[in-house]
Ligand binder design. Structure first.
Ligand code: ADP
Ligand code: MG
Length: 289
């Protein structure tokens, strides 16, 4: 039987937009020592927009944006949607592609007019032995995500995208620190972007450049320090990490896969709700003894 105090607590949480799908998750929350937040879509709005673009010598800027949009049109990633929206806003003609493929955490590839085109972050660039455009260093230092466009074997251009931090995120971090809970950020994004966002939020520990398949291992790394870990994420990429964590918390606007791997769902997408769940857990199980 479910203890009455727990079912009352669960019901009250649901009214506040916090769905507890696994009762053990609620019980475990009171012992959580670290909360690991995915950056994109969780601490930030997950709605990036193009802020800058540049082409390499010999390449036309609008042409580079159009080709990037062509490859990204088949991707569901928020970065992809931002590039397509940017090309459409500029009324560029977006060419057709074939052989689209996505490499999670790296980027996307397709054939455009017989030539292979790649669009992706620093790991994709490094993997192809290509050098970033000089402009991209300043963009990344300012906190933008930088993607390069590689046409054939040449770097044709780069695109900078920025994503706004959720206004509630800083308060969530402060409140967790105040009750002695460590806050850690994890992201597939590059180190400079991650550092900038972490500094804005007062987060002192960051795992950056983490490939989707390695996120669960980072959860284990924290657990190996003796910490009970709650992981908060929104994407398909986050599902294994949510499952590995002592408590998996899905942000409600996230994907079905993430939601299926979570014991707690934050329908409100408000990171401050994590604190409410810890408080609820502490209150419910104190009363029970
Ligand atoms: P996060 O952990 O921030 O949610 P992801 O794992 O989704 O990030 O993506 C990590 C990185 O992989 C991005 O910052 C980008 O460099 C690259 N990437 C992923 N998907 C795409 C895409 N569709 N186009 C270009 N780059 C991509
Ligand atoms: Mg994400």
């Amino acid at each position: 039987a479910i203890p009455l105090v727990v079912s009352i607590a669960t019901e009250r949480a649901a009214r506040g937009g916090v769905l507890i799908t696994d009762r053990l998750a609620l019980e475990t929350m009171r012992t959580v020592g670290a909360v690991l937040f995915d950056k994109t879509g969780t601490l930030t709005k997950g709605e990036p927009a193009v802020t800058d673009a540049a082409s390499a010598p010999g390449f036309d800027l609008d042409g580079v944006i159009a080709i990037a949009a062509a490859v990204e049109r088949d991707s569901e990633h928020p970065l992809a949607r931002a590039i397509v929206a940017h090309a459409e806003a500029k009324a560029l003609e977006i060419p057709a592609v074939t052989d689209f493929a996505a490499a999670p955490g790296l980027g996307v590839t397709a054939i455009v007019a017989g030539v292979p085109v790649h669009v992706g972050g620093p790991s994709l660039l490094a993997g192809r032995g290509a050098d970033p455009l000089p402009q991209s260093v300043a963009w990344a230092d300012a906190g933008a995500t930088v993607l390069h466009v590689i046409v054939g074997h040449e770097v044709a251009g780069a695109i900078a995208l920025a994503d706004e931090v959720r206004p509630e995120s800083k308060q969530a971090v402060e409140a967790l620190h105040a009750i002695g809970v460590q806050v850690v950020m994890i992201t597939g994004d590059a180190e400079p972007v991650a550092r900038t966002v972490a500094a804005q939020l007062g987060i002192d520990r960051v795992f950056a450049g983490v490939r989707p398949e390695d996120k669960a291992a980072k959860v284990q790394e924290l657990q190996a320090e003796g910490l009970s870990v709650a992981m908060v994420g929104d994407g398909v990429n986050d599902a294994p990490a949510l499952a590995q964590a002592d408590v998996g918390i899905a942000i409600g606007a996230g994907t079905d896969v993430a939601i299926a791997s979570a014991g707690v769902i934050l329908a409100s997408s408000d990171p401050r709700s994590v604190l409410s769940v810890i408080e609820l857990s502490r209150a419910s199980y104190r009363k029970m003894k």
